[in-house]
Design a protein around this ligand. Structure first.
Ligand code: FE2
Length: 564
């Protein structure tokens, strides 16, 4: 009889559920997509229900449940840290931590109460959940594993060795030292939202001068043996946490930016320094650990692994033969990792698979799509060649919503719930921002490109980037022909599209190439500012109606705005 293990996370951010059947990921879903609340901390009720429904199981048939955190480890850390930092820390515990600590500690009871579940319940150590997701979904049998995030129960960074069925920790960086929390701190100081807007800081970085790089090297450094150290005088998150940055931070980098204040050279320079030093310390760590262990393959996860610019540098460094990062490298993916951990630690299982394409969410039949179109009172047509029709609209400079097949997981739209545009002219970026996305003008858009032609346009070194997790330099001859997707530093965060994995999306881009000579389209997520990526046809139609998207290609149906 087959074994089903449900992994989930809750209470902190990016809650999600994953269902593993005999070691294989049968379903995975992020709660924010159903609940329509970005980075939600809510109990993953919809995600759990959907995973079970997808697999045709009831909770009675689930053989094990795994949570992505060990609450008592976190409690021990918090206790020690509170005692060491008295009296400042008392306020922090009272105001910020206490509620969550109690919730985390009661998660098993909460699960039992909600579902009447009495079977085995596992608490996976947080960084091992991340590590298992990266390593056991990678194509590697032997690799180094690097987990870098804000923090788990007691650690913020783990270097481990993955050999066959074993993952052996080699080095830990313990809280409060944390590269991820440094990003949270800088994000707050820049007037943005933590655990949400770190990508904006990365996008801002190339606009800054390198004046603060020496100062940032004092904030965090690589001290060898796989360990990072921060100078905690720059921070306050581990003490009272009225604000995340400390006095020395303000003395060094100046006062924080209010959210409504314009960005100036100082803000840009801090973003630049943060990105530069992040790349430096990651490369130092990877260089030492790969040479010490004689391994040139790396599986990476944790929120910091979503830094596609740093990832591109890691690939370009020549330190590795191969790098694998799961698309949901942040905490949502740890739900899948927790299930993989329980499969091994709890049941001695060995089932594994290379991560399937990350299209693991809901899909909708033609009848369901048509019903949603009718309910919205829209005029539409059904067409046998939606790819060619959408490509023609893109070539005519229209903005097209593209909704096909199963919802993708992870923070990037990968061509199943995407908004597409012509990548050729820089003005398209402004038009897209003014009419649909309303993003900060400095933030880049990325292209999706036919995989077989990627190396012709970008310096990829022959590496595919199917999940949009790597940035590469654009070749000089193509810079002017890709004005809407080239960042200020001459790079692009790109997605390579293979016909075997995404036949429909590949066909669309090929049709666009036939019309324009450019084998790429601009691809941004199908949502409006502040909302998660759309999930259902109704979500897509709402987004279509409330923005300046010109046309919507949804399944085989084409909808056009009046007058376009
Ligand atoms: Fe994490």
């Amino acid at each position: 009889m087959s074994r089903a293990i449900l992994g989930f996370n809750a209470y902190i951010h990016d809650t999600a559920a994953a269902l593993l059947i005999d070691g294989k990921l049968a379903a995975f879903a992020e709660e924010e997509r159903f609940r329509r609340e970005k980075h939600t901390t809510a109990w993953p009720e919809c995600a759990i229900a959907w995973c079970l429904r997808r697999a045709g199981l009831t909770m009675r048939e689930v053989g094990g449940v795994a949570f992505y955190w060990r609450p008592w480890l976190g409690l021990a850390r918090r206790l020690g840290q509170t005692v060491a930092g008295l009296p400042d820390t008392l306020e922090n515990v009272r105001r910020v931590q206490a509620g969550n600590l109690f919730k985390l500690a009661g998660v098993r009871r909460e699960f039992a109460a909600r579902y009447g579940y009495r079977g085995p319940f596992f608490f996976a150590p947080h960084h091992l959940a991340h590590a298992y997701h990266a390593a056991f979904h990678s194509p590697f049998d032997r690799s180094l594993v690097l987990v870098v995030d804000g923090n788990g129960e007691i650690a913020s960074t783990l270097v481990a060795l993955h050999e066959g069925e074993a993952i052996r920790p080699l080095a830990w960086t313990y809280y409060p030292h944390s590269l991820g929390l440094l990003w949270c701190t800088a994000t707050e100081w820049l007037g943005y939202r933590q655990n949400s807007d770190e990508g904006k800081v990365m996008g801002l970085a190339p606009y800054g001068e390198p004046v603060f790089v020496p100062a940032m090297r004092r904030v965090i450094r690589y001290v060898g043996d796989g360990v990072l150290r921060a100078d905690m005088d720059y921070f306050d998150y581990h003490r009272a946490r009225r604000r995340w940055f400390g006095k020395r931070w303000e003395k060094t980098f100046g006062p924080p930016r209010r959210p409504d204040e314009p960005l100036d050279d100082r803000h840009r320079a801090v973003a630049h320094a943060l990105q530069a030093v992040t790349e430096e310390v990651l490369l130092q760590l990877i260089a030492e650990m790969t040479s010490r262990h004689g391994i040139r393959r790396l599986a990476m996860s944790g929120g910091v692994a979503l830094n596609c610019v740093a990832n591109g540098r890691i690939v370009a460094s020549g330190l590795l033969d191969d790098l694998y990062i799961p698309p949901a490298a942040y905490d949502a993916g740890a739900a899948a990792g927790a299930a993989l951990w329980a499969e091994r630690a709890g049941f001695g299982g060995t089932g594994r698979e290379i991560m399937p394409a990350p299209f693991l969410g809901p899909e909708y039949s033609a009848a369901e799509i048509e019903a949603a179109l009718q309910a919205a009172g829209l005029r539409y047509e059904k067409t046998p060649d939606i790819e060619r029709r959408a490509a023609a609209l893109l070539a005519a400079d229209q903005i097209v919503g593209w909704f096909q097949d199963r919802l993708e997981s992870g923070p990037r739209a990968l061509g199943n719930r995407s908004i597409l545009a012509d990548p050729r002219r820089a003005e398209t970026k402004d038009r897209l921002n003014a009419r649909v996305k309303h993003r900060e003008p400095y933030r880049p858009f990325g292209p999706s490109i036919l995989e077989e032609r990627a190396a012709e346009l970008f310096e990829t070194g022959g590496r595919p980037s199917p999940d949009m997790l790597l940035a590469f330099p654009v070749r000089a001859a193509w810079r002017d022909r890709l004005g809407a997707v080239v960042h200020v530093d001459g790079s692009s965060r790109l997605q390579t599209v293979a016909a075997a994995r995404q036949p429909r999306y590949h066909r669309l881009i090929a049709e666009f190439a036939a019309l324009t000579g450019v084998p790429a389209v601009l691809n941004t997520s199908f949502n409006v500012m502040g909302e998660p990526i759309v999930c259902t046809p109704a979500d897509a139609l709402r987004c279509f109606a409330s923005t300046g998207i010109d046309a919507l290609a949804i399944g085989d149906y084409l909808v056009r705005k009046e007058g376009t």
